[in-house]
Design a protein. Structure first.
Length: 215
């Protein structure tokens, strides 16, 4: 979506918002999905507000945004993620400094539990985006334990904020929705920081350095 926005010469946030018109099918096709695209627009606006979208960034630092939804499922949830990343060009490392999630899941029945669930989901998304991953060698996984397999560690945890959109709509699912927009938001932030697109997960230092040498 960001690539389409840049091709059109538009701000990636506004590009999305311009298409999120809650009319016809986009108004929501089931009772629990009432509001449809307007609810996705709302989480995008909230995430952008949280991250201060449009604020000038330091060199090699960028903001990224992404959103997902399950509007046509029985338990739809609208999610937007905004991140701030800093890239070390020499090392190819990606430091996610801020990870903010905005969610519309209808009425939040248990706020503390919901927040904890979404924090864990966001960190899982981060872990899969830039830390996890193994290889298969001779039919066997290369990594057999956590001494060599590298999920995100505590010291790599960024500042995390979770915001729920106030709602009177029926409750919906919070199992894993906060996982899904994290990787694309990070990829978009990397592009805004240093001008390269990474399209393979996990986004590893060697892949980033390789891309940087080709521009």
């Amino acid at each position: 979506m960001d690539e389409a926005a840049h091709h059109a010469g538009k701000d990636p946030l506004q590009f999305r918002l311009d298409m999120l018109i809650a009319e016809g099918r986009n108004a929501g096709t089931t009772p629990v999905a009432a509001g449809g695209a307007a609810r996705q627009a709302a989480v995008l606006k909230k995430a952008a507000e949280m991250i201060e979208w449009g604020k000038p960034q330091a060199e090699n630092t960028g903001l990224g945004i992404a959103s997902t939804f399950g509007q046509e499922r029985d338990m739809p949830t609208w999610v937007a993620c905004a991140v701030q990343v800093q890239v070390d060009k020499d090392r190819g490392s990606i430091d996610v400094q801020k990870l903010y999630i905005a969610i519309d899941a209808g009425i939040i029945v248990h706020p503390n539990g919901a927040e904890a669930q979404c924090q864990g989901a966001a960190l899982w998304g981060l872990s899969m985006a830039i830390h996890e991953g193994t290889e298969i060698v001779n039919g066997q996984y290369k990594d057999s334990n956590f001494s060599t397999y590298t999920p995100v560690r505590i010291y790599q945890t960024p500042e995390i904020k979770i915001e729920f959109i106030p709602s009177t709509q029926p409750p919906s699912g919070l199992g894993e929705p906060a996982v899904t927009p994290v990787a694309p938001a990070i990829a978009n932030a990397i592009y805004n920081a240093v001008g390269v697109r990474l399209r393979k997960l996990p986004m590893k230092p060697n892949d980033l350095k390789s891309k940087l040498t080709s521009i």
